[in-house]
Design a protein around this ligand. Structure first.
Ligand SMILES: [Zn+2]
Ligand SMILES: [Zn+2]
Length: 127
């Protein structure tokens, strides 16, 4: 969902896979499940897109991600790339209470929010 939020427009399932590298069946069942919950808009052989509700949830997860990123890097001194990957993995699993406490620990952190998913080769296809 964070990926789709960053992407910001409809995208084919195959191209999602190029970035996220989920097993094909995992991605398909995930897309179906999120479509049923009105998080995604998708029909067979059509592009996938976040619905409004999906955007709200994804923006919230993005905040979790950024706080986790900063916490891992500044408080735990974890390497930025590892911090980012770990933060993506656990963003949806950590409660808002814990995230708030982490945020309290990183008040003066100057890091910028990361953007690593979207690079140029696939981007061009959609311009
Ligand atoms: Zn990150
Ligand atoms: Zn939260």
């Amino acid at each position: 969902m964070i990926f789709l939020l960053e992407w910001g427009r409809p995208i084919g399932v195959g191209d999602i896979n190029k970035y996220l590298k989920f097993p094909h069946s995992t991605l398909n069942s995930l897309i179906k499940r999120l479509t049923k919950k009105s998080i995604l808009k998708w029909e067979a052989h059509q592009f996938v897109e976040l619905q409004n509700e999906g955007k709200i949830v994804a923006e919230h997860l993005m905040q979790h991600h950024v706080i986790l990123d900063h916490f891992f890097i500044s408080a735990l001194k974890i390497d930025a790339k590892d911090a980012h990957e770990e933060a993506l993995r656990v963003a949806s699993m950590i409660s808002c209470d814990i995230i708030d406490k982490m945020q309290g620990q990183i008040k003066n952190c100057q890091l910028k929010p990361c953007k690593i998913y979207v690079d140029s080769d696939i981007m061009d296809k959609y311009h």
